[in-house]
Design a protein around this ligand. Structure first.
Ligand code: ARG
Length: 449
């Protein structure tokens, strides 16, 4: 059956099914606004008191699940206002003095995003904490480092894990930047031009915990940069998480066997009893796609919008909520999962039994004996090919075999070990135990801040 025009329209423009999530911010904002109106003598003190009492009881109704949200009333603002009328009568009509839904929704969203940023930063810290703990507990383990997913040079496992620590550190910084841009009060901008009442915006900012007051009313009601910044920071964080996820998947495969994920974070197969699938890590990669999509969505919605508020912008919310929820859930479960990871030191060691990852060190050895690096590289390339063909590790080659490739090799070539290789890379940011110790101290400091 065809719906009538009114029904079609009502359903199409309504946002209450999702913006009800902003009820707490909406009421908080309205309470601060009412207080300010009374303080400025714009409404009577007794009116403000009735309004605040009414809003407080509406908040309780919502929290107790007793509030009836009506699509007919479009959005969270109108739903709450209509209920306020029912509760306190015509005085309710005074709340919307010197305000528009345009600056009201901008306020609600900023309050919401501010809270979520703080939570996100906290979760990133927890994740970093898990990584530091895993690194500390396995400080001595040497693993093959890769380029092109080919064994390249040995590195400390702790060094590897701290690479992710640094990524998440940058993510935290991005969210902090985003917090600065979000921490600006838009209320008082009215529909678009400011309001014709002697309001006190600084007072409202203080009441609501904003550090700044917006400086242009047109911009303030139509700016959604802070949502885009949250989405972009979330996209980067998920990208980092998806890289970590892929390592976890590879490392827990039979072929690598470097780590074991606790059963609580894997699932079995309905048909193959031996399987322990790394679903959490796989899903994090999958969800990254959705987070990118949400970023593209809000960028596209905002593109080429003329000033000031346009109804297009109502589409800013569902993607934001989805990103916020997905990011929180992903960060939380990764922090928990990483805490349970068991490292299989023997498997890692075995993976580098054939010590070809020391090829660079052999070249460096020849350089120290006077050979230009490019030549040394050529010598060791041939030596490596020979060793591989003989099925021998470098260590298993005799000195006379070494001499087939260069007379510069002598007994001390056998002093080159995984340990000596690691220790040699004692530069800032390198993988030597000394540098990794410094990095761990720095990391611990950063998460204790
Ligand atoms: N539901 C609207 C939104 O989320 C609130 C602002 C509506 N303003 C308006 N003039 N219709 O964007």
């Amino acid at each position: 059956m065809l719906k009538n025009k009114g029904e079609l329209m009502k359903n199409y423009v309504a946002s209450i099914s999702f913006d009800r999530r902003l009820y707490r911010q909406d009421i908080e904002g309205s309470i601060a606004h009412a207080k300010m109106l009374a303080k400025q003598g714009i409404i009577a003190e007794s009116n403000a008191e009735a309004i605040i009492e009414g809003l407080t009881s509406i908040r309780e109704e919502i929290e107790q699940g007793k509030f009836q949200f009506k699509p007919k009333l479009e959005d969270i603002h109108m739903n709450i206002e209509a209920r306020l009328f029912e509760k306190i009568g015509d005085v309710a009509g005074k709340l919307h003095t010197a305000r528009s839904r345009n600056d009201q929704i901008a306020l609600d969203l900023r309050l919401f995003v501010k809270e979520e940023i703080l939570k996100t930063i906290d979760e990133l810290k927890n994740l970093q904490y898990s990584l530091v703990e895993l690194a500390e507990a396995n400080k001595a383990i040497i693993m093959p480092g890769y380029t092109h997913l080919q064994q390249a040079q040995p590195v400390l496992l702790a060094h590897y894990l701290l690479a992710y620590f640094d990524m998440f550190q940058r993510d935290k910084e991005r969210f902090s930047d985003c917090l600065n841009h979000t921490d600006v009060l838009p209320l008082g901008s009215g529909a678009l031009a400011g309001v014709a009442y002697p309001i006190d915006r600084e007072f409202v900012a203080q009441e609501l915990g904003f550090s700044e007051v917006s400086t242009n009313s047109l911009d303030a009601v139509s700016d959604r940069d802070f949502i885009i910044e949250y989405q972009a920071s979330a996209a980067l964080t998920m990208m980092h998480l998806s890289r970590l996820a892929e390592e976890i998947i590879l490392w827990s495969s039979n072929e690598f066997g470097f780590i074991e994920i606790n059963q609580a974070y894997t699932t079995g197969s309905s048909i193959m009893p031996q399987k322990k699938n790394p679903d959490v890590a796989e899903l994090a990669k999958g969800k990254t796609g959705r987070i990118y999509g949400n970023l593209m969505s809000i960028l596209t919605t905002m593109k080429a919008l003329p000033l000031a508020y346009n109804r297009d912008m109502q589409e800013d919310k569902e993607g934001l909520f989805d990103t916020v929820d997905t990011l929180h859930a992903s960060l939380e479960i990764f922090a928990a999962m990483i805490k349970t990871i068991k490292v299989n030191a023997k498997r890692i060691r075995d993976a580098i039994k054939k010590d070809y990852v020391l090829a660079t060190d052999l070249a460096d050895y020849l350089v120290k004996k006077g050979l230009p690096f490019r030549e040394a590289h050529g010598v060791v390339a041939k030596l490596s090919e020979y060793a591989v063909n003989q099925g021998k590790s470098f260590r298993e080659l005799s000195l006379s075999e070494y001499h087939k490739f260069s007379p510069l090799f002598s007994d001390d070539v056998y002093d080159i070990t995984l340990e000596s290789s690691i220790a040699a890379r004692n530069v800032i940011g390198g993988t030597s135990p000394q540098q990794v110790e410094i990095a761990l101290t720095r990391a611990r400091k950063l998460i204790e801040e």
